[in-house]
Design a protein around this ligand. Sequence first.
Ligand code: SF4
Length: 354
Amino acid sequence: MTLLEKLESKERLNYEDGVALYELDLFTLGKYANEKRRALYQNKAFFNINRHVNPTNICKDICKFCAFSANRKNPNPYTMTHEEILSILDESIKHNITEVHIVSAHNKDAGLDWYMGIFKKIKDRFPALHVKALTAAEINFLATTNDKSYEQIIDMMIQNGVDSMPGGGAEIFDETVRDYICKGKVSSKQWMEIHEIWHKKGKKSNATMLFGHVEKREHRIDHMLRLREQQDKSGGFNAFIPLVYQRENNYLHVEDFLSSVEILKTYAISRLMLDNIPHIKAYWATSTINLALIAQEFGADDLDGTIEKESIQSAAGAKSKNGLELQEFLDLIQTSGFTPVQRDSLYNELEVYK
Ligand code: SF4
């Protein structure tokens, strides 16, 4: 069976198919990805009203692609107090946020009690707010520095009010690339293990992929297939989020920026390969809002949210704005020909803007 026949018959695609998909022209690829996306969600483009909080940039790790952590290139260490975080949320709640997204660096001084304490305080003050917090990399860091198992940390997160896990820290699973770009960080196997434990608790998470640096197309396909295999086993991934690498203020020294065609192809291929992960998110803070909107025609169905303030990608040179006003967000989606659908963090529809 040829690749096009497989696409027509919607057969599950293998590694060789995934690599071959990149050789198709963008519009053929887009046609199949868009058909699949529209069969699932028609004209809807999902988003949520959320606030990102990055409580500290002091990190024991030294990922080469990172521009967020405090180092020679970014000598600006900070750690927020609980009071600062709560007062940020006091403001954000006035904008009707339904989710706070908390990810951070690996700071030995902001320990387990510090994290669990802020989660509990947030839940006590804002019981209806969905707390999405701690990547698998952060859980690995907290477990190893506190001599706890992953399950112990996860149980503590749940007890203190964390509702779901973000998908960060996945980067690229291929061990050789991973060793080069973020040696010492959570391994690919550990990343999967942590999400599997989380899923077994009946909880949902997301999965990211950082692309456009030193990896090859083959590594992206391998990354997607490892996630698809895990999803067959534990089933808790809600969304796959391809993150476009930002090249400023870091130690990877990648000169070429990916073309928009390559980025759109990657969204489309994600939709076609990941037949068991419901949502493909074009995270506009890394792709720009314009490309994220175009990506909705190439397999993506979600744009993340209003964000309000973002520190990690903007430190690496992301040219997107830090956040968007709700009305601006709605206007952009509607003028792109899509129906904006405000969702909650678990993809329940809250409001359809006709
Ligand atoms: S990517 Fe995360 S773990 Fe790596 S250096 Fe940056 S803040 Fe630390």
